[in-house]
Structure formats: C-alpha cells, structure tokens
Design a protein around this ligand. Structure first.
Ligand code: LLP
Length: 423
C-alpha cells in the first residue's frame, strides 16, 4: 500500500529554494515547477515501454525539453501542441512516434500539419479515418476506442461512455477497421483513455476492454496504450496509485496479446497529471484580509484566470502560508481564499457547484504569501486573460537554481493583437 500524502500549511521553501526569494525575484503570481519531482514520476513509470506525456497538462517548452531529455515522448491535441513539441526538439516521426496527434476531429490546419510532417495519428472518429485516408498522409494509424464506460475526478473529466464525445464507440470498431482498410490505412495501435483523475479499479477495468478490441483488430497491432488518467493525492491522507500493480495488470494483458499475435506489442502509458501536478506551485501574495460576517477572507493576487480548477471542478488544492516575517508558529483559523477577479466565483476554496468552504490556515498578514500546491497540471495551461489580467510567469527549479521559463505578460501584450478600425 502506498503511503498517505501529508501537506503542511506552512512552507518556507520549494525544492530548497526560499519562497520569499522566489516571490521577490519573480513577483507574484508565479508558477514554480520542481524539475526533480517530474523526473521522479517519470522514473516510477519506466516499466512501461513508452511514456507519452500528455502535454496539455503543462506544456511550457522547458518542461517538454526536460521530459524529452529523459526519454519521454509526447501526445499533441492541436496544431499548437505539435508546434510546441517541435520547438522543444521532438522529431516529427520515428519509432515509437515522438509525437502522436490525438483528437476526435481534424481542424483543417491540423490535417494539413499531420500530412506535411508525417505525424502519427490516434484517430477518434470515422470521419478522421476518411479524411486522413483520402489525404495521402501517413498510412499507419492508431484508434482511440471508447470502451462504453469511463471515470474521472469530475463528470467533466470522464471521457468514456455514451455521454462522452471521445473516441470510436467500441461497437463501431469493425466498421472503422473496414473503412481504414478501404483507404489503405493500417491500424497499428489501439488506445483507451477513460478519464482524468480516475482510480485503480476503473483504470484496471480498461484492460479487459482493450484485450477484446485488440483481438478484433488482430496482428497488425504493434502497440497498445493505457491512456492517462492516473490520479495523484491532492488531500492529506490520500494514497498515490500503486504503479507496480497497475503495470502488472497491463503487462499481463499485453503478454496475452503477444502470445496470440506472435510478435512484440509495445505498452504505452500517456499521463499528464501524474508527471507534472505535484511539481507545480502557484505563489501568490495576500493583498487584503477581510471579514464577511462569520467568514474571514484571504484575498490574493492570483485568481481563476491563473488557476481555473477550483471554479471548474470544485477541485481541491493544498494551500500553505509563507510568512513574510519568518515567524512560523502561528495559530490556525478557518478562512476562505479568494482572488482579485470581479466575479464571486473567484474562490480557491470551493466545492463542485460553487459552494464556498473554509480551510484551516495559519493566521496571516497582508504581504504574506500563499502557495497553492499540486498546481503543475492543468494550472498555467488553463489560464486566461479574463479581467484583462496578464498571464503569470513560470519558473523551473533544478539543482536549487531558479530559472524563469516564461516571462510575465505585460499590459501591452494584452492588447497587442487588437486593432481599432481606422474608419
Ligand atoms: N490522454 C488523453 C487522450 C487525454 O484526453 C488526457 C486528458 C490525458 C491523456 C491525460 O490525462 P491525465 O493523465 O492528465 O489525467 N482539466 C482537467 C483534466 C482534463 C484532462 C483532459 N484529457 C483537470 O484539471 O483535472
């Protein structure tokens, strides 16, 4: 059994670098990533033949470069992600494909791009098979199958079952194989991703569905992908996934397929959150403290424009305080943590449905810092310019060195693509 997670509500450093120094050097709000945590997570997954990072979780070029240098390949879900992968040094093709384009549709530019660069595609609809087939683009494809069930940490991150738009419905596999054949495409890969932030039981259920589908495809298959979805502990007491056990169930599935096909079948995993979530911290400064009846609010300079997970999913993130005066012995009190946006939902301590809740945090002063933790996945990448707030800076920590890997946006950046018509 894996150890239960612990989080402290006081924090002075991140990966050996002082939070006060980080805040004064890079200002706030700033995302900080601990590179060593990402590498630890990669090492935990080494039993899988291919670790394919779902870059949508955190796609800063420095993070992509880091994972690439440690043997990880990537998934891309848009033209922009293909472009990023290339800018971070991934080749367009090879074995295993360094970049796989995974989607349920091709927008016109993406179709042009996968053809021009010969990028392997993980196809999520019959129309994609048809469009790729007619294009004269790459001839080997993977099929993403919706096995008819799914599970995520929220209904919004469940990607299986009839309510999901993702993947090829499992009962349509045969007709899609026929369509692929008609267009001269060979199905070399099968992929299932049932949701994000799932649990062992649901994830393991996919093996059976994969095996059934793989037997329908037959021996053209050279690779199967377990998708991503691996959960991480966000709350005190939650245990992390038993990766060894997870690998075992998948490996057994793969081995049965190897035996029937008589050739090797590569086993891929496609995590986003698992690699980057725990490495990321959002440092923000408390700029106001006020009472509303019984509630005490800590108001910070980061909002849901910086971290959208609480307002979108009622997601829970550990929060810790970094006192400016270094006094670490403070009593705690229940507080609500909110941001600067002109919208009442701009609360970091909320449950799904928008219900505001309190969190026990140390007594604080204006000017102290809050660190919102486990924010490295679906944090910066889901940020927006709502309320015309510039995007935060990003900093990568490695070997106690802090290097800025994205400049904070300026107000001028905010309007740089806009025009007032001249007439
Ligand atoms: N593969 C595919 C095809 C996916 O759609 C996703 C996530 C992943 C892999 C990576 O899933 P992960 O290992 O990170 O769970 N914004 C949400 C999560 C959305 C996930 C979308 N697809 C959140 O903040 O929780």
């Amino acid at each position: 059994m894996n150890q239960a997670a612990t989080f402290s509500t006081i924090r002075t450093e991140i990966a050996g670098v002082s939070v006060l120094d980080l805040a004064s050097t890079f200002e706030t709000p700033t995302y900080v990533y601990d590179g060593s945590k990402i590498l630890e997570r990669i090492d935990e997954l080494r039993q899988f033949d291919v670790i394919r990072y779902a870059q949508k979780a955190c796609s800063n070029l420095a993070i992509l470069d880091l994972v690439r240098r440690h043997g990880v390949v990537v998934d891309a879900v848009s033209n922009g992600e293909i472009y990023r992968a290339q800018a971070a040094g991934f080749a367009a093709n090879g074995t295993p494909p360094p970049v796989v384009f995974c989607a349920d549709l091709f927008d016109r530019k993406a179709l042009e791009q996968v053809i021009a660069l010969d990028i392997h595609v993980n196809v999520g609809s019959a129309d994609m098979i048809e469009q790729l087939g007619k294009s004269g683009g790459p001839r080997n494809i993977s099929l993403r199958i919706n096995p008819g069930f799914g599970h995520g940490h929220s209904q919004k991150t469940n990607t299986g079952g009839e309510q999901s738009k993702h993947g090829i419905w499992h009962e349509e596999l045969e007709s899609c194989l026929a369509l692929a054949q008609q267009h001269g495409l060979t199905v070399t890969g099968l992929h299932m991703h049932i949701g994000s932030g799932s649990d062992f039981e649901h994830l393991a259920q996919v093996c059976g569905a994969m095996e059934r589908s793989a037997r329908i495809v037959g021996s053209s298959l050279t690779s199967i992908s377990a998708g991503g979805g691996l959960p991480i502990p966000y709350r005190v007491g939650e245990a992390s996934l038993d990766i060894g056990r997870y690998f075992e169930v998948w490996n057994a599935t793969r081995n049965r397929l190897v035996e029937s096909f008589g050739h090797p079948v590569s086993l891929e995993i496609e995590p986003g959150r698992y690699l980057s979530a725990e490495a990321g911290y959002l440092i923000t400064e408390i700029r106001a403290i006020k009472k509303m009846g019984a509630n005490t609010f800590y108001l910070v300079d980061a909002g849901f424009n910086d971290l959208a997970r609480p307002i979108m999913y009622g997601a829970y993130h550990p929060i810790s305080l970094t006192p400016r005066d270094g006094n670490l012995t403070r009593p705690s009190q229940p507080v609500v943590v909110g941001g600067p946006l002109c919208e009442s939902g701009d609360i970091f301590t909320q449950e799904e449905g928008g219900f505001v809740c309190t969190r026990e945090l140390p007594v604080a002063n204006v000017g102290d810092f809050l660190v919102i933790e486990c924010a490295g996945a679906y944090g910066f990448v889901m940020a927006s310019n709502y309320n015309s707030r510039p995007l935060a800076a990003e900093v990568l920590l490695q070997d106690q060195r802090a290097r800025q890997v994205r400049n904070r946006q300026s107000e001028a950046d905010l309007i740089s693509h806009e025009r007032i018509p001249a007439d």
